[in-house]
Design a protein around this ligand. Structure first.
Ligand code: PMP
Length: 405
Protein backbone atom coordinates (compact mmCIF):
# COMPACT_ATOMS: atom_id res chain seq x y z
CA UNK A 1 0.00 0.00 0.00
CA UNK A 2 2.99 2.35 -0.18
CA UNK A 3 4.57 4.11 -3.13
CA UNK A 4 2.59 3.91 -6.38
CA UNK A 5 -0.56 2.57 -4.70
CA UNK A 6 -0.87 5.70 -2.56
CA UNK A 7 -0.32 8.33 -5.21
CA UNK A 8 -4.00 8.63 -6.13
CA UNK A 9 -4.74 9.84 -2.60
CA UNK A 10 -2.48 12.88 -3.03
CA UNK A 11 -4.10 15.37 -5.41
CA UNK A 12 -0.98 17.57 -5.59
CA UNK A 13 0.86 14.72 -7.32
CA UNK A 14 -1.64 14.82 -10.14
CA UNK A 15 -0.06 17.72 -12.02
CA UNK A 16 2.64 18.51 -14.52
CA UNK A 17 5.48 20.97 -14.00
CA UNK A 18 7.09 22.23 -17.21
CA UNK A 19 5.27 19.52 -19.15
CA UNK A 20 6.55 16.70 -16.90
CA UNK A 21 4.62 14.75 -14.27
CA UNK A 22 5.60 16.08 -10.84
CA UNK A 23 8.20 14.10 -8.89
CA UNK A 24 8.08 15.39 -5.33
CA UNK A 25 11.31 14.78 -3.42
CA UNK A 26 11.12 17.66 -0.92
CA UNK A 27 9.36 15.83 1.88
CA UNK A 28 11.96 16.94 4.42
CA UNK A 29 10.71 20.52 3.95
CA UNK A 30 7.04 19.59 3.94
CA UNK A 31 4.92 16.66 2.82
CA UNK A 32 2.00 16.70 0.40
CA UNK A 33 -1.46 16.17 1.91
CA UNK A 34 -3.75 13.22 1.30
CA UNK A 35 -7.44 13.66 0.46
CA UNK A 36 -8.47 12.51 3.95
CA UNK A 37 -6.52 15.37 5.60
CA UNK A 38 -7.81 17.97 3.13
CA UNK A 39 -11.38 16.76 3.69
CA UNK A 40 -10.92 16.75 7.44
CA UNK A 41 -9.80 20.40 7.45
CA UNK A 42 -12.53 21.43 5.00
CA UNK A 43 -15.21 19.74 7.09
CA UNK A 44 -14.23 21.80 10.14
CA UNK A 45 -14.87 25.04 8.27
CA UNK A 46 -17.86 23.69 6.34
CA UNK A 47 -19.70 22.06 9.26
CA UNK A 48 -18.12 22.29 12.68
CA UNK A 49 -16.92 25.89 12.51
CA UNK A 50 -16.83 27.18 16.06
CA UNK A 51 -14.46 28.10 18.82
CA UNK A 52 -13.42 25.33 21.20
CA UNK A 53 -13.87 25.02 24.97
CA UNK A 54 -16.14 28.06 25.12
CA UNK A 55 -19.52 27.38 23.66
CA UNK A 56 -22.49 25.47 24.97
CA UNK A 57 -23.84 25.20 21.44
CA UNK A 58 -23.59 22.13 19.26
CA UNK A 59 -21.01 23.43 16.79
CA UNK A 60 -18.62 24.39 19.58
CA UNK A 61 -19.10 21.04 21.25
CA UNK A 62 -18.37 19.25 17.98
CA UNK A 63 -15.25 21.30 17.32
CA UNK A 64 -14.05 20.73 20.89
CA UNK A 65 -14.70 17.01 20.68
CA UNK A 66 -12.85 16.68 17.37
CA UNK A 67 -9.86 18.66 18.64
CA UNK A 68 -9.64 16.60 21.81
CA UNK A 69 -9.93 13.39 19.76
CA UNK A 70 -6.91 14.61 17.80
CA UNK A 71 -5.05 14.98 21.09
CA UNK A 72 -5.88 11.36 21.96
CA UNK A 73 -4.60 10.37 18.50
CA UNK A 74 -1.36 12.21 19.29
CA UNK A 75 -1.15 10.27 22.54
CA UNK A 76 -1.45 7.00 20.58
CA UNK A 77 0.95 8.21 17.86
CA UNK A 78 3.66 8.81 20.47
CA UNK A 79 2.50 6.20 22.99
CA UNK A 80 2.34 8.97 25.58
CA UNK A 81 0.96 7.91 28.97
CA UNK A 82 -1.66 10.71 29.00
CA UNK A 83 -3.32 12.81 26.29
CA UNK A 84 -2.89 15.94 28.44
CA UNK A 85 0.89 15.53 28.02
CA UNK A 86 0.45 16.33 24.29
CA UNK A 87 0.34 20.11 23.83
CA UNK A 88 -0.77 21.64 20.52
CA UNK A 89 1.89 24.08 19.38
CA UNK A 90 2.61 25.82 16.08
CA UNK A 91 5.26 23.28 15.16
CA UNK A 92 8.68 21.98 16.15
CA UNK A 93 10.06 25.51 16.37
CA UNK A 94 7.44 26.68 18.84
CA UNK A 95 7.70 23.47 20.86
CA UNK A 96 11.43 23.95 21.42
CA UNK A 97 10.99 27.66 22.15
CA UNK A 98 8.29 26.81 24.67
CA UNK A 99 10.56 24.43 26.61
CA UNK A 100 13.59 26.74 26.36
CA UNK A 101 11.63 29.74 27.60
CA UNK A 102 9.58 28.10 30.35
CA UNK A 103 11.63 25.20 31.68
CA UNK A 104 14.88 26.91 30.65
CA UNK A 105 14.31 30.28 32.30
CA UNK A 106 13.04 28.61 35.48
CA UNK A 107 15.83 26.05 35.77
CA UNK A 108 19.02 27.36 34.14
CA UNK A 109 21.60 29.68 35.65
CA UNK A 110 25.32 30.43 35.65
CA UNK A 111 27.34 27.20 35.79
CA UNK A 112 24.58 25.15 34.15
CA UNK A 113 24.98 23.67 30.69
CA UNK A 114 22.72 22.76 27.78
CA UNK A 115 24.17 20.14 25.43
CA UNK A 116 23.17 20.00 21.77
CA UNK A 117 24.87 18.33 18.79
CA UNK A 118 26.74 19.80 15.84
CA UNK A 119 24.00 18.62 13.46
CA UNK A 120 21.08 20.62 14.88
CA UNK A 121 18.54 22.58 12.87
CA UNK A 122 18.63 26.30 13.71
CA UNK A 123 15.40 25.85 15.66
CA UNK A 124 17.28 23.69 18.17
CA UNK A 125 20.26 26.03 18.39
CA UNK A 126 18.93 29.59 18.53
CA UNK A 127 16.30 29.20 21.31
CA UNK A 128 18.91 27.59 23.59
CA UNK A 129 21.49 30.23 22.68
CA UNK A 130 18.96 32.92 23.58
CA UNK A 131 17.99 31.34 26.89
CA UNK A 132 21.65 30.68 27.78
CA UNK A 133 22.40 34.35 27.18
CA UNK A 134 19.48 35.38 29.36
CA UNK A 135 20.27 33.00 32.24
CA UNK A 136 24.08 32.83 32.18
CA UNK A 137 24.08 29.13 31.31
CA UNK A 138 26.52 27.69 28.75
CA UNK A 139 25.72 25.98 25.46
CA UNK A 140 27.86 22.90 24.72
CA UNK A 141 27.99 21.21 21.33
CA UNK A 142 28.86 17.53 20.79
CA UNK A 143 30.93 16.97 17.63
CA UNK A 144 30.06 15.01 14.52
CA UNK A 145 32.54 13.07 12.37
CA UNK A 146 33.25 13.26 8.64
CA UNK A 147 30.32 10.93 7.91
CA UNK A 148 27.97 13.16 9.85
CA UNK A 149 27.58 10.74 12.77
CA UNK A 150 27.61 11.91 16.37
CA UNK A 151 31.00 11.35 18.05
CA UNK A 152 29.81 9.45 21.10
CA UNK A 153 33.11 9.92 22.99
CA UNK A 154 32.68 13.67 22.64
CA UNK A 155 29.03 13.45 23.70
CA UNK A 156 30.06 11.48 26.81
CA UNK A 157 32.90 13.89 27.54
CA UNK A 158 30.60 16.92 27.33
CA UNK A 159 27.95 15.40 29.58
CA UNK A 160 28.53 16.20 33.25
CA UNK A 161 26.74 17.08 36.44
CA UNK A 162 26.58 20.63 35.01
CA UNK A 163 24.42 19.43 32.10
CA UNK A 164 20.80 20.23 32.84
CA UNK A 165 19.34 19.58 29.39
CA UNK A 166 20.33 17.60 26.31
CA UNK A 167 18.39 18.87 23.30
CA UNK A 168 19.12 16.79 20.22
CA UNK A 169 17.88 16.11 16.76
CA UNK A 170 16.49 12.57 16.36
CA UNK A 171 17.06 12.37 12.58
CA UNK A 172 19.14 15.07 10.88
CA UNK A 173 17.33 17.06 8.18
CA UNK A 174 20.64 17.96 6.50
CA UNK A 175 22.53 14.67 6.76
CA UNK A 176 19.88 12.00 7.31
CA UNK A 177 21.83 10.72 10.33
CA UNK A 178 19.71 8.75 12.79
CA UNK A 179 21.11 9.47 16.23
CA UNK A 180 21.57 6.69 18.80
CA UNK A 181 18.93 8.34 20.95
CA UNK A 182 18.31 5.43 23.34
CA UNK A 183 21.94 5.50 24.43
CA UNK A 184 22.06 9.30 24.44
CA UNK A 185 19.00 9.45 26.71
CA UNK A 186 20.34 6.79 29.08
CA UNK A 187 23.69 8.60 29.41
CA UNK A 188 21.96 11.98 29.88
CA UNK A 189 19.69 10.62 32.60
CA UNK A 190 22.68 9.00 34.34
CA UNK A 191 24.28 12.46 34.39
CA UNK A 192 21.08 13.96 35.85
CA UNK A 193 20.06 15.83 32.67
CA UNK A 194 16.69 15.97 30.95
CA UNK A 195 16.37 15.20 27.23
CA UNK A 196 14.37 16.91 24.49
CA UNK A 197 14.24 15.23 21.09
CA UNK A 198 13.57 17.22 17.93
CA UNK A 199 11.43 14.68 16.10
CA UNK A 200 10.65 16.81 13.03
CA UNK A 201 12.38 14.30 10.75
CA UNK A 202 11.75 11.11 12.73
CA UNK A 203 8.00 11.24 13.40
CA UNK A 204 7.12 11.07 9.65
CA UNK A 205 9.36 8.07 8.99
CA UNK A 206 9.34 5.61 11.89
CA UNK A 207 7.27 4.61 14.91
CA UNK A 208 8.00 6.79 17.95
CA UNK A 209 7.37 5.55 21.48
CA UNK A 210 8.16 8.18 24.09
CA UNK A 211 7.79 5.66 26.92
CA UNK A 212 10.19 3.14 25.37
CA UNK A 213 12.62 6.00 24.63
CA UNK A 214 12.16 7.30 28.19
CA UNK A 215 12.45 10.81 26.72
CA UNK A 216 11.36 13.88 28.69
CA UNK A 217 10.21 16.09 25.79
CA UNK A 218 9.51 15.21 22.15
CA UNK A 219 8.50 17.71 19.46
CA UNK A 220 7.31 17.38 15.87
CA UNK A 221 5.53 19.39 13.16
CA UNK A 222 2.17 18.51 11.61
CA UNK A 223 3.14 19.55 8.10
CA UNK A 224 5.95 16.98 7.91
CA UNK A 225 3.62 14.10 8.84
CA UNK A 226 1.19 14.76 5.95
CA UNK A 227 -0.84 17.19 8.09
CA UNK A 228 -1.39 20.94 7.84
CA UNK A 229 1.07 23.76 8.52
CA UNK A 230 0.85 25.85 11.67
CA UNK A 231 0.34 22.98 14.09
CA UNK A 232 2.52 20.44 15.86
CA UNK A 233 2.85 18.53 19.10
CA UNK A 234 5.01 19.03 22.14
CA UNK A 235 5.00 15.95 24.35
CA UNK A 236 6.31 16.47 27.87
CA UNK A 237 6.31 14.34 31.00
CA UNK A 238 3.38 15.41 33.13
CA UNK A 239 5.49 16.08 36.24
CA UNK A 240 7.78 18.39 34.24
CA UNK A 241 4.98 20.23 32.43
CA UNK A 242 3.14 20.68 35.74
CA UNK A 243 6.18 22.27 37.34
CA UNK A 244 6.93 24.58 34.39
CA UNK A 245 5.64 28.15 34.32
CA UNK A 246 3.14 28.90 31.55
CA UNK A 247 4.21 29.98 28.06
CA UNK A 248 1.87 32.66 26.68
CA UNK A 249 -0.75 34.33 28.86
CA UNK A 250 -4.35 34.83 27.76
CA UNK A 251 -7.66 33.08 27.41
CA UNK A 252 -8.05 29.35 28.07
CA UNK A 253 -4.81 29.01 30.07
CA UNK A 254 -6.25 30.43 33.29
CA UNK A 255 -8.33 29.17 36.20
CA UNK A 256 -9.11 32.57 37.77
CA UNK A 257 -8.07 36.10 36.92
CA UNK A 258 -8.14 39.23 39.05
CA UNK A 259 -6.06 42.35 38.60
CA UNK A 260 -3.98 41.23 41.56
CA UNK A 261 -3.39 37.61 40.65
CA UNK A 262 -4.03 34.88 38.11
CA UNK A 263 -4.14 31.17 38.75
CA UNK A 264 -3.45 28.85 35.89
CA UNK A 265 -5.36 26.01 34.32
CA UNK A 266 -4.04 22.46 34.43
CA UNK A 267 -2.63 20.53 31.46
CA UNK A 268 -2.88 20.86 28.55
CA UNK A 269 -4.70 24.25 28.67
CA UNK A 270 -1.94 25.93 30.70
CA UNK A 271 0.23 25.93 27.56
CA UNK A 272 -2.49 26.68 25.02
CA UNK A 273 -3.42 30.34 25.44
CA UNK A 274 -5.90 31.84 23.00
CA UNK A 275 -7.90 30.29 20.20
CA UNK A 276 -5.85 27.38 18.91
CA UNK A 277 -5.39 26.23 15.32
CA UNK A 278 -8.55 24.15 15.60
CA UNK A 279 -8.80 22.94 12.01
CA UNK A 280 -5.04 22.38 12.04
CA UNK A 281 -5.19 20.20 15.14
CA UNK A 282 -8.08 18.20 13.68
CA UNK A 283 -6.30 17.84 10.33
CA UNK A 284 -3.18 16.71 12.15
CA UNK A 285 -5.25 14.10 13.99
CA UNK A 286 -6.41 12.74 10.62
CA UNK A 287 -2.82 12.76 9.30
CA UNK A 288 -1.57 10.75 12.28
CA UNK A 289 -4.43 8.25 11.81
CA UNK A 290 -3.46 8.03 8.13
CA UNK A 291 0.18 7.29 8.96
CA UNK A 292 -0.67 4.79 11.68
CA UNK A 293 -3.05 3.13 9.20
CA UNK A 294 -0.10 2.66 6.82
CA UNK A 295 1.93 1.14 9.69
CA UNK A 296 4.98 3.25 10.48
CA UNK A 297 7.23 0.19 10.55
CA UNK A 298 6.29 -0.43 6.90
CA UNK A 299 6.79 3.27 6.10
CA UNK A 300 10.31 3.01 7.56
CA UNK A 301 11.02 -0.10 5.45
CA UNK A 302 9.68 1.53 2.28
CA UNK A 303 11.80 4.64 2.75
CA UNK A 304 14.88 2.60 3.70
CA UNK A 305 14.54 0.81 0.36
CA UNK A 306 14.29 4.15 -1.46
CA UNK A 307 17.33 5.44 0.44
CA UNK A 308 19.39 2.35 -0.46
CA UNK A 309 18.35 2.61 -4.11
CA UNK A 310 18.99 6.37 -4.29
CA UNK A 311 22.39 6.02 -2.62
CA UNK A 312 23.46 3.34 -5.08
CA UNK A 313 22.22 5.22 -8.15
CA UNK A 314 23.60 8.61 -7.09
CA UNK A 315 27.00 7.08 -6.33
CA UNK A 316 27.21 6.05 -9.99
CA UNK A 317 27.29 9.72 -11.08
CA UNK A 318 30.84 11.02 -11.55
CA UNK A 319 31.52 14.23 -9.65
CA UNK A 320 28.65 13.75 -7.21
CA UNK A 321 29.58 13.66 -3.53
CA UNK A 322 27.07 12.68 -0.89
CA UNK A 323 27.10 14.76 2.30
CA UNK A 324 25.94 12.60 5.18
CA UNK A 325 27.29 9.07 4.96
CA UNK A 326 26.69 7.79 8.49
CA UNK A 327 25.81 4.11 8.75
CA UNK A 328 22.40 4.76 10.28
CA UNK A 329 20.51 7.17 8.02
CA UNK A 330 16.87 7.75 7.15
CA UNK A 331 14.61 9.56 4.78
CA UNK A 332 16.91 11.66 2.65
CA UNK A 333 20.11 12.02 0.72
CA UNK A 334 22.17 15.23 0.51
CA UNK A 335 24.77 15.83 -2.17
CA UNK A 336 26.97 18.32 -3.96
CA UNK A 337 28.21 18.20 -7.54
CA UNK A 338 31.67 19.20 -8.73
CA UNK A 339 30.22 20.91 -11.76
CA UNK A 340 27.18 22.90 -10.56
CA UNK A 341 25.96 24.84 -7.55
CA UNK A 342 23.08 23.15 -5.68
CA UNK A 343 20.77 26.09 -6.45
CA UNK A 344 21.38 25.70 -10.19
CA UNK A 345 20.78 21.96 -9.86
CA UNK A 346 17.50 22.61 -8.06
CA UNK A 347 16.37 25.09 -10.71
CA UNK A 348 17.18 22.80 -13.64
CA UNK A 349 15.54 19.83 -11.94
CA UNK A 350 12.43 21.95 -11.47
CA UNK A 351 12.30 22.45 -15.25
CA UNK A 352 12.15 18.65 -15.46
CA UNK A 353 9.28 18.53 -12.97
CA UNK A 354 11.44 17.33 -10.06
CA UNK A 355 11.15 19.14 -6.74
CA UNK A 356 14.16 18.90 -4.44
CA UNK A 357 15.56 21.29 -1.86
CA UNK A 358 18.79 23.23 -2.34
CA UNK A 359 20.29 25.36 0.39
CA UNK A 360 21.71 25.19 3.89
CA UNK A 361 18.58 23.47 5.24
CA UNK A 362 18.52 25.76 8.30
CA UNK A 363 21.67 23.98 9.43
CA UNK A 364 24.47 26.43 8.63
CA UNK A 365 26.88 24.87 11.16
CA UNK A 366 26.53 21.56 9.28
CA UNK A 367 27.40 23.28 5.98
CA UNK A 368 30.42 24.91 7.69
CA UNK A 369 31.52 21.54 9.09
CA UNK A 370 31.52 20.04 5.59
CA UNK A 371 32.88 23.26 4.01
CA UNK A 372 30.08 23.56 1.48
CA UNK A 373 27.84 26.61 1.02
CA UNK A 374 24.78 24.45 0.42
CA UNK A 375 23.69 20.97 -0.59
CA UNK A 376 21.02 19.53 -2.84
CA UNK A 377 18.68 17.24 -0.91
CA UNK A 378 16.23 14.62 -2.11
CA UNK A 379 13.95 13.55 0.72
CA UNK A 380 11.45 10.72 0.58
CA UNK A 381 7.85 10.17 1.57
CA UNK A 382 5.27 7.42 1.57
CA UNK A 383 4.24 8.03 -2.08
CA UNK A 384 7.73 8.03 -3.58
CA UNK A 385 8.88 5.20 -5.84
CA UNK A 386 12.08 3.88 -7.37
CA UNK A 387 10.87 5.47 -10.63
CA UNK A 388 11.02 8.89 -8.93
CA UNK A 389 14.67 8.23 -8.16
CA UNK A 390 15.29 7.08 -11.75
CA UNK A 391 13.80 10.39 -12.94
CA UNK A 392 16.08 12.29 -10.52
CA UNK A 393 19.19 10.43 -11.67
CA UNK A 394 18.41 10.85 -15.33
CA UNK A 395 17.76 14.60 -14.82
CA UNK A 396 21.08 14.89 -12.98
CA UNK A 397 22.77 13.40 -16.04
CA UNK A 398 21.14 16.19 -18.12
CA UNK A 399 22.45 18.76 -15.62
CA UNK A 400 25.89 17.27 -16.07
CA UNK A 401 25.66 17.63 -19.83
CA UNK A 402 24.88 21.34 -19.38
CA UNK A 403 27.59 22.14 -16.83
CA UNK A 404 30.39 19.58 -17.00
CA UNK A 405 33.28 20.63 -19.20
N1 PMP B 1 13.94 20.48 13.18
C1 PMP B 1 14.17 19.79 12.07
C2 PMP B 1 15.06 18.60 12.12
C3 PMP B 1 13.55 20.15 10.87
O1 PMP B 1 13.77 19.45 9.76
C4 PMP B 1 12.69 21.27 10.87
C5 PMP B 1 12.01 21.71 9.58
N2 PMP B 1 12.88 21.82 8.49
C6 PMP B 1 12.48 21.95 12.06
C7 PMP B 1 13.12 21.53 13.19
C8 PMP B 1 11.57 23.13 12.13
O2 PMP B 1 10.26 22.74 11.91
P1 PMP B 1 9.10 23.81 11.72
O3 PMP B 1 9.61 24.80 10.73
O4 PMP B 1 7.96 23.01 11.22
O5 PMP B 1 8.86 24.43 13.05
Amino acid sequence: MLGEALRGQFPALNQEIGGHPLVYLDNGATTLKPDCVIESITSVYARDCANVHRGVHTLSQRATQRQEEARVTAQRFLNAPEARECIFVRGTTEGINLVANTWGRANLGPGDEVLITAMEHHSNIVPWQMVCKATGATLQVADIDDDGALVMDDYRAKLSSKTKMVSAIHVSNALGTVNPVEEMIRLAHDAGALVLLDGAQSAPHQPVDVQALDVDFFVFSGHKVYGPTGVGILYGRESLLDAMPPWEGGGDMIRTVTFEETTYAGLPSKFEAGTPNIAGAIGLGTAMEFLMGLDLAKVAEHEADLLRYATERLDSIDGLRRIGTAEDRAGLVGFVLDWAHPHDVGTILDHEGIAIRAGHHCAQPVMDRFQVPATARASFGVYNTREDIDRLVSALHSVKEIFAP
